[in-house]
Design a protein around this ligand. Structure first.
Ligand code: 4NP
Length: 169
């Protein structure tokens, strides 16, 4: 079997948006039987919450959609991430600019906005940290939508994912 495709979700704190994206996209991958072929992780551009569990509001709203993110722990993006991951998705344009500043030029093609794979017009998953329940629900809406698009995109790009699907894996 080909090496797994590694996907990193990135936001500012790694306690709201990117852990949500990690869990929702991983669930989508697992439901497609591709859990061994697509690996998902998340990190923050800052180290402000390193070692912490996701924000309790993110845990609560994710649980409302049957995603348990309580076991995830925040970490900051490391230099090796640019080498190790095949795709690195920023939750907003500021996160993308921060990643571009630290990413070696030969790895910059790996960087993109997660909502490039969404079906709507928004480019950024709005930061819910200073906001209320509606914004946390919006994060989930946007992340669920973009996760479908991203899985379809990866299937187009990587022939081995079609093979896995046909076997009913
Ligand atoms: P996240 O949200 O980037 O989606 O994890 C934030 C979390 C913490 C802070 C800002 C945004 N903060 O200022 O601590």
């Amino acid at each position: 079997m080909a090496d797994p495709i590694k996907v990193l979700m990135v936001c500012l704190g790694n306690i709201c948006r990117s852990p949500t994206a990690e869990a929702v996209f991983r669930a989508r991958v697992q439901a497609a039987g591709l859990g061994n072929q697509i690996l998902v992780d998340s990190a923050g551009t800052s180290d402000w919450h390193a070692g912490e569990a996701p924000d309790p509001r993110s845990i609560h709203h994710a649980a409302g959609r049957h995603h348990d993110i309580s076991g995830l722990r925040a970490r900051q993006v490391q230099a090796e991430d640019f080498e190790n991951f095949h795709y690195i998705f920023a939750m907003d344009r500021q996160n993308l600019r921060d990643l571009q500043q630290h990413c070696p030029p030969q790895q910059r093609h790996k960087l993109g906005l997660f909502l490039q794979h969404g079906s709507g017009q928004l480019q950024d998953v709005p930061d819910p940290y200073e906001h209320g329940p509606q914004q946390f629900e919006q994060v989930l809406d946007l992340v669920e939508d973009a996760s479908s698009g991203l899985l379809a995109f990866l299937r187009q790009q990587h022939v081995q994912l079609h093979a896995g699907q046909q076997k009913g894996a």
